[in-house]
Structures are given as C-alpha cells and as structure tokens.
Design a protein around this ligand. Structure first.
Ligand code: FES
Length: 148
C-alpha cells in the first residue's frame, strides 16, 4: 500500500499523543468493522480549543489521521473545528488509499464526539449543532447521552 510521506511522518511521530487531565470535552469513537478506537481530549476556553490530545488504538492510518486532526483543530474555535471534515484531514496528509478512508472518518467523528461532550457538560444539547455521531462509544458516549 502506498502512503504519502506525511502519513508516514504522522504515523511514526504522532503529534499530541496522550491524555489531558483537565479536559472539558472527551470523545471516544470506534469502527465496529475493524475494531479500531480513537479517544480525543479537548480543553476548551471561551470557545477556543486551547489544548488537544488523543489516544488511538488502531491502524497506522488511524494514528496518522488523528494526529493530523489534532494539529488542524488546535487553536481553532469550536465552529471552525466542526468544519474539519475527514476530507480536510486526508488532504492535509496528501491523501490516503481508498481502503483507508474510513480511518479519516473516525478522526472527524472523534472531534465531533469530544465537542458534543463539551456541550453536554455545559447543559447544551449537542445534537442540533454537531448532529448524531456514528460509532460513538465508551464511557463518554456523548452522542448516546440525552439531556434530562
Ligand atoms: Fe480501521 Fe484504520 S483500519 S481505523
């Protein structure tokens, strides 16, 4: 399989790996077909993503796309981060082989799940803003939680 240099770089040297103890938005998503899981931690202050970290248990493309996704959303407003699509992540990595496109979808969903969790923690229904997230799972399954 042919991977771009950027994919190989982000796979070998992933940026922003780890957890954020003081994250106020945490999202976890998984792909049931390959079993890969991505967890995204955000620290949001006044609508801006100040810090972001991720942990991915998955394939090389999943690691590279989550690494690039964190780079793309760091310092951005929530609104701009929500516009970071899997296509944007793929373009920033100079492309992915077709069988690996779903890995970039996981990265987009992880961002959305973490932002949804942030909204829920602030008493805001995320569904009208973020939409429903496929594959959202884990303890912080913001997409499955309902506001009471
Ligand atoms: Fe499933 Fe990459 S093979 S995320």
């Amino acid at each position: 399989m042919n991977y771009s240099e950027k994919v190989m770089d982000h796979f070998a040297n992933p940026r922003n790996v780890g957890e954020l103890a003081d994250a106020n938005g945490v999202g976890e998503v998984g792909n049931p077909k390959c079993g890969d899981i991505m967890k995204m931690y955000l620290k949001i202050e006044e609508g801006i993503i100040k810090e972001v970290k991720f942990k991915t248990f998955g394939c090389g493309a999943a690691i590279a796309t989550s690494s690039m996704a964190t780079e793309l959303i760091k310092g951005k407003s929530i609104e701009d981060a929500l516009k970071v699509s899997n296509k944007a992540v793929m373009e920033a990595l100079d492309g992915l082989p077709p069988v690996k496109v779903h890995c970039s979808v996981l990265a987009e969903q992880a961002i959305k799940a973490a932002i949804s969790d942030y909204y829920l923690k602030n008493g805001i229904d995320p569904i009208p803003i973020v939409g429903r997230i496929e594959g959202c799972s884990g303890e912080n399954a913001a997409c499955y939680k309902e506001l009471n």
